[in-house]
Design a protein around this ligand. Structure first.
Ligand code: ASP
Length: 307
C-alpha cells in the first residue's frame, strides 16, 4: 500500500528579493523536518491522523510560520489561534478557534475529536478544556516574534486588518498537512494565528471543517491557506471532495477548478495541498508562491517555495 504526505507553510505574494539564501534555507529545513516527522509515523504503520498531527506540531513550533509560536498579533496585541483536523476514515473531526496560550493548537483540536462530543470549541471554553486535558500551555512571551510584532505595529490602532504580510510581502503563514496511511486512510489538518490586527474574535477558514480542512476516504484530504473569508464562502476544501465524488474528476482537475476558477472571483488568493486515496499529491496556488513539501512512496523529500 502506498503512503504519502504533504505539508504547507502558507501561500501568498512572496517577494523573491526578500528571500535571502539564509531565510530560504531555514524555511525549507522546517518544512523538511515536518515531513520527516510525519513520514516516520506513516513508515512505521501509523495512522494518517497521527502523521498529520506530528507534521503540524513541527511547523507550530517553528517561529517562521503563522501558527503556534510565531502567530500574528490581533488588534489587542495578543495571539488567538485556530486549528482543525479530520479523519477521512470515519469523518470524525476536531477544531479549536480563538485559543490563547496553547502551545500546540493542533494537539488540542485532536483532543476535541478524541475526548469530547463536539467538533469545534472556542475561546475561554477551549482554554478550560485545554486545562482539563492537561495540554501544554505557554505564556504570551513564548508566542512573541519580532517580525510579527513589527508587522502588527504598522496597523495597530487602525481598522486595517491584514493577512500575514507587509507592504512588500503578502503571505499567509498558516500551516497544514495531508496524509495517506498504509491502510488506505486519509487525514488533513490546518493551524493558524489568523490575520494580523484581527478584531471581534474574527475566525477564518482554518478551523472550519469543509472550508480550510476536509478529509474523506472516498476521495481526498485537503488543507487550505489564503484569504480565509473567501475560502469560507467557497467552502473550498469540501468542494475539492465534492467535485471528485459527484463529477468524477481527478484530484488534480478538482484542485485546479477550485484554486483557479472558483476562488479568484471571490478574491480568494491562496492555495491548498491535497492527497487522494491512490497517493496522488497536488500542491496548487493562485499567487506567487506557497511554502510546501511532499514525500511519496519513493521516500524522497521535496520542498519548494516559488513556482
Ligand atoms: N486562511 C487563514 C485565515 O484566513 C490565513 C492563512 O492561510 O494564512 O485565517
Amino acid at each position: 500500500m502506498k503512503i504519502a504526505l504533504a505539508v504547507h507553510g502558507g501561500a501568498g505574494t512572496l517577494a523573491p528579493e526578500l528571500m535571502t539564501p539564509v531565510r530560504e534555507k531555514a524555511y525549507r529545513a522546517a518544512l523538511e523536518l515536518s515531513l520527516r516527522r510525519g513520514y516516520a509515523v506513516l513508515k512505521e504503520g501509523g495512522t494518517a491522523i497521527d502523521a498529520v498531527e506530528a507534521a503540524i506540531r513541527v511547523l507550530e513550533d517553528s517561529p517562521h510560520f503563522n501558527a503556534g509560536k510565531g502567530s500574528v498579533f490581533n488588534a489587542d496585541g495578543q495571539h488567538e489561534m485556530d486549528a482543525s483536523l479530520m479523519s477521512g476514515m470515519d469523518l470524525r473531526a476536531g477544531a479549536v478557534a480563538g485559543v490563547q496560550n496553547v502551545k500546540n493548537p493542533i494537539g488540542l483540536a485532536r483532543r476535541v475529536m478524541d475526548h469530547s462530543s463536539h467538533v469545534l470549541i472556542s475561546g475561554l471554553g477551549a482554554f478550560e478544556f485545554a486545562h482539563k486535558q492537561k495540554v501544554e500551555l505557554e505564556d504570551d512571551q513564548y508566542f512573541f516574534d519580532q517580525f510579527r510584532y513589527d508587522q502588527w505595529k504598522e496597523t495597530a490602532g487602525t481598522d486595517v486588518y491584514r493577512l500575514d504580510h507587509s507592504e512588500k510581502e503578502k503571505k499567509f503563514g498558516t500551516v497544514g498537512a495531508v496524509a495517506l496511511d498504509a491502510n488506505g486512510h486519509l487525514a488533513a489538518g490546518t493551524s493558524t494565528g489568523g490575520m494580523t490586527n484581527k478584531k471581534w474574535q474574527r475566525i477564518g477558514d482554518s478551523p472550519i471543517i469543509g472550508c480550510g480542512t476536509y478529509a474523506n476516504d472516498a476521495s481526498c484530504a485537503v488543507s487550505c491557506t489564503g484569504h480565509g473569508e473567501s475560502f469560507i464562502r467557497a467552502v473550498a476544501a469540501h468542494d475539492v471532495h465534492a467535485i471528485m465524488a459527484y463529477k468524477g474528476l481527478s484530484l488534480q482537475e478538482a484542485v485546479r477548478v477550485v484554486v483557479h476558477e472558483k476562488l479568484p472571483p471571490l478574491d480568494g488568493d491562496g492555495g491548498l495541498i491535497a492527497v487522494d486515496r491512490d497517493g496522488n499529491i497536488v500542491l496548487d496556488f493562485n499567487c506567487s508562491g506557497m511554502y510546501r513539501g511532499h514525500v511519496g512512496a519513493d521516500g524522497e523529500f521535496h520542498t519548494a517555495i516559488f513556482r
